[in-house]
Structure formats: C-alpha cells, structure tokens
Ligand binder design. Structure first.
Ligand SMILES: CC(C)(COP(=O)(O)OP(=O)(O)OC[C@H]1O[C@@H](n2cnc3c(N)ncnc32)[C@H](O)[C@@H]1OP(=O)(O)O)[C@@H](O)C(=O)NCCC(=O)NCCS
Length: 318
C-alpha cells in the first residue's frame, strides 16, 4: 500500500481479467487528455482494443499491472520481455491523479518485474516532444538514445508478384529457431520469440516470411488488431533481417509484400517505426512513399544498448 502526496492510499497489483474494461477506460481518458492538450481542442481518443490487452496479459501476466485507489483502477502499465531486453508500455495514469507519485510506483514495479525476469537491458519509447516524460524517465536512470521515427504509408492495390508467405502455427518451431539466431546477431541480449508466439497464438495480425531457396531471409510481424469498422490501419511490429543481410532488394520485396497483403486484408495504412540512426532504411522508406509523422525517443538503461544491422524494425511501443 502506498499513498499519493495528498495521502489517499493506492496499491499496485497484477492486472486481472476483470480490470480490462477499466484499463481501457483509463487509457482512453488519459490519451484523450494528452491529445486535447497537444492539439488545443477537445479530442476523443479511440479506446484500445480488448484483444491486445488480453494478449499482453496472456504473454506476461505478472508484468501487466494496475494502480488501484479506493477500489478504482487509476493507472496501468505493461511489460514486454524480448529475451534479456525488456521494455515498458503503454503506461498511463488518469489526468486528475497525475503528478502524485502513482506513475513512479507503477514504473518501479514494472521495472522490478523486468529485472526479476533477467533483463539486462530495460527501456521504453516516449513522445519526443514531452519534456516532462523525458525528465520522469531520466530521473529513473534512463538515457535517451535514438529517435524512433513513426512513418506511415497510404496503401493501394499492388502490382507485380508477391513471394511473401504467411506463416502459420505449423511453422512455429522453424520461425522461433531462425528468429532466435537473427535476434542474437542484432544484439546478444535480444530474443523476439515471445512476440512471434503472441502474434501466432493471439491473432494480433499476420506473421510473414520471405524465403530464398527454402531458407528464411526475413520475418515480419504485422499488428492489425483494430476491428476494421473502427480503424483500417495496420502496424509493423517487427521486421527482422539478420545484420549480415545487406540486400536492399530483399527489404523492398518484404515491404511491398506486406503492403500488398495488408491492402488485401482491407487495411488502408501501414505504420512503420524505425530508429533514426538507420539512415539507409530511412532513405529507402522515403523512396517507397513513407512519410514521417511523429517521433518518439528511445531510452534505455544501461545507456549503451545498440542494434546491429540496417533492415530491422521493432516497436517498443504498445
Ligand atoms: C507519464 C505518467 C504515466 C506519469 O505518471 P504520474 O503519476 O503523473 O507520475 P508521478 O506523479 O509518479 O511523477 C513522478 C515524476 O514525474 C516528474 N514530474 C511530475 N510532475 C511533473 C511536472 N509537472 N513537470 C515536470 N516533471 C514532473 C518528476 O520527475 C517526478 O519525479 P519526482 O517526484 O522525483 O519529482 C502520467 O503523467 C501520464 O499518464 N501521462 C500521460 C500519458 C503518458 O505520457 N504516458 C507515458 C507514455 S511513455
């Protein structure tokens, strides 16, 4: 039991299935408030789909936490473990309860969870234009690194062939063995297995592979969990190409294949988030008509976390 600096007690505890609707409500109120302040007029933010909250809780039940005050959920936070790299997000506290210590307690609990799970690197991405957040994380010992550029493309009907293959449950062992080796080559602490397993099990969107002579060359996880009636975008959660893979053509082929498939599935926009240090990829994406629409800053602890390879993307954002 902890108390806000006005004295009212709150507890931090694992999220339960019964909390999900409250967590959705807290997220919608909090992000509507952020957007309203950003834009200067009243905005109602869309509510987060239940499916993705269920998936995160399924993947890491002890890493999804709520803050409860007088029987009400007033904040929530999610943890993600990718091997020995752990990241945090989304993270929110109801506007009227902000700046009272609730966020600090939630964050410390999530970070403690990541450390108990053996993470050697912990991190997160936050909006680059919100100094208050940057201060919050720097106070917790995090150092800003690259920008994570949020780019988007309006999709249209594709031309040409598409060799991209949609992977199913049957390919799970092969995908995990390949992705473990590819992740470790990017950073020895990384292992994206849990993300791939979650996408396959929880139907968050398709997992694609590009093969050459039956050998996997690239793997992508695309999130498309918003019901089409509510939102027609999709988002590249993970694009994995081993660092020794320098084939621009393969990267272009994967991107074109994903765009094609997502358009066929009714999606009209694709988000791709990538680190600003990947200049070659930035140029290729610009050439493919992706437009940078926003920037997060990535913070990590310790500070010297780096990812090898040019054609990799992984969103540390929920
Ligand atoms: C970010 C957020 C989760 C933090 O939760 P919170 O309950 O407001 O945070 P706390 O009250 O525990 O804040 C503690 C720290 O934040 C910083 N902080 C708080 N109020 C601040 C202010 N008005 N200006 C600058 N820094 C401030 C301080 O560093 C403070 O540390 P201190 O107590 O050692 O001074 C919450 O503000 C929020 O939901 N914001 C909107 C959504 C969002 O931005 N989520 C994070 C996305 S990555």
């Amino acid at each position: 039991m902890m108390s806000t600096n006005e004295g009212a007690p709150f507890v931090i505890r694992p999220m339960l299935e019964d909390d999900i609707e409250d967590v959705r409500r807290v997220g919608q109120i909090t992000w509507s408030d952020v957007a309203t302040r950003d834009i200067g007029k009243k905005v109602r933010y869309p509510v987060r789909p239940r499916k993705v909250i269920e998936a995160y809780s399924w993947s890491d039940p002890q890493g999804c936490l709520v803050a409860e005050k007088e029987g009400e959920v007033v904040g929530s936070i999610f943890s993600h473990v990718w091997g020995r790299v752990g990241w945090i997000g989304p993270f929110e506290v109801l506007p009227e309860l902000q700046s009272k210590g609730v966020g600090k307690a939630l964050f410390a609990a999530a970070e403690g969870h990541l450390l108990r799970r053996g993470c050697a690197i912990t991190g997160l991405e936050t909006m680059a234009h919100v100094p208050r957040n940057i201060q919050f994380y720097m106070r917790a010992g995090y150092t800003p690194g690259d920008l994570a550029l949020i780019s988007t493309k309006v999709l249209g009907p594709a031309v040409g062939s598409n060799r991209l293959e949609r992977a199913g449950e049957g390919a799970r062992d092969e995908l995990l063995a390949w992705s473990k080796a590819a992740s470790a080559a990017i950073n020895p602490y990384l292992d994206y297995s849990s993300e791939i397993v979650m996408a396959l099990e929880k139907d968050l969107g398709p997992v694609f592979v590009l093969r050459q002579d039956a050998r996997i060359k690239a793997l992508a996880v695309v999130h498309a969990y918003h019901p089409l009636a509510e939102a027609d975008h999709s988002s590249l959660r993970l694009l994995l190409m081993p660092p020794d893979e320098k084939d621009e053509g393969a990267f272009r082929e994967v991107m074109a294949g994903i765009e094609h498939r997502m358009f066929e599935m009714g999606r009209r926009r694709l988000f791709a988030r990538f680190l600003s240090s990947k200049v070659q990829m930035f140029n290729l994406l610009a050439d493919l008509d992706y437009r940078v629409e926003g920037a997060n800053v990535r913070l990590s602890k310790p500070r010297d976390y780096a990812e090898k390879g040019e054609f990799n993307m992984a969103a540390w954002a929920g």
